[in-house]
Design a protein around this ligand. Structure first.
Ligand code: ZN
Length: 294
């Protein structure tokens, strides 16, 4: 019995990465019976006499699993965020950060199109970047968006992790992938072509080894409409609020109308970004307005 990580899934075959070698395996019938669909990123036990004819024996427990792209055990996501074209709005970024926190994925914010910003816009975005750093996030933002130093910095952050890329269309995900490794660009290009033609294609999902990180070649995770988070959990997904919440007068403070709220004090004193708090309140409102599911 060997242990490895599923690196590619295609047509019922699972390529498992184990000690730097790839083993082609198939799932045994018991996976279908148990309704377990092995995913790329799954840590698995398998048996193989040679590299071509292995069998998956067991899928080990997952830390998370995404639908788009279908990848399990993602621990980092690069949130590619355009600073202009379209103009940066904190709301979308905060939604992405909340969705990631809910899936227990560490975000890395990567500001793109910084070279297209005016001096004033860039000054503003630098303040925004500092704000998110202060809130507890890793942020990469440079005047030249794909400079050698910045890419080296990103690779160092990603190394050793299973990574997915997320961001709005046009934010520059593909460009960033291309800068990280030209094989990634190829893969995303193929998929978007297939989608444009509207053809039903067998989705191949792979994790490509880039500077010691396993990066999903299919960007995604771009639907944040159904956050399905409850009102009690939401405050836990804002790291800067988690930090000061012990100083709130009431335990379980939701930081809305409660007196003696340390979060509201921190917003008033500028320690917590106003835009983050406004988004928090807007998300709480959204949760409150959500129709109950029966
Ligand atoms: Zn509070």
């Amino acid at each position: 019995m060997k242990k490895g990580i599923i690196q590619q899934s295609l047509g019922g075959f699972y390529d498992v990465l184990c000690d730097g070698q790839i083993f082609r395996t198939r799932g045994r019938g018991n996976f279908r019976q148990k309704k377990i669909k092995p995913l790329v990123g799954d840590k698995v036990e398998f048996s193989a006499d040679d590299q071509q004819h292995g069998y998956l024996l067991k899928v080990l427990p997952r830390t998370n699993s995404l639908v788009r792209p279908p990848v399990a055990n993602v621990d980092l996501a690069v949130v590619v965020t355009a600073v202009v074209q379209p103009r940066f709005t904190p709301n979308l970024l905060d939604r992405q950060l909340v969705a990631l926190a809910k899936s227990k994925i560490t975000p890395v914010i990567y500001f793109s199109k910084t070279d297209l910003a005016t001096t004033e816009e860039y000054r503003q975005i630098t303040a925004v970047a500092d704000g998110y750093r202060h809130a507890g996030y890793q942020v990469l933002s440079g005047r030249k968006p794909f400079s050698t130093e910045q890419l080296a910095q990103l690779k160092a952050v990603l190394s050793g992790h299973v990574v997915t890329m997320m961001g709005q269309t046009g934010a520059g995900k593909s460009t960033l992938l291309n800068h990280l490794d030209s094989r990634l660009q190829l893969a995303t290009g193929e998929i978007s072509q297939a989608l444009k033609r509207g053809r039903h294609t067998t989705r191949k999902v792979s994790l490509l080894d880039v500077a010691g990180a396993l990066i999903a070649d299919t960007p995604g995770f771009s639907s944040y409409e159904d956050l399905s988070i409850d009102a009690e959990t939401l405050p836990q997904l804002f790291p800067e609020m988690v930090k000061v919440a012990p100083q709130c007068r009431f335990r379980g403070c939701r930081h809305l109308k409660e007196p003696g709220c340390a979060v509201k004090d921190a917003v008033a004193s500028g320690t917590i970004m106003k835009s983050r708090y406004e988004d928090y309140v807007a998300f709480q409102q959204m949760i409150a307005n959500r129709k109950p599911k029966y």
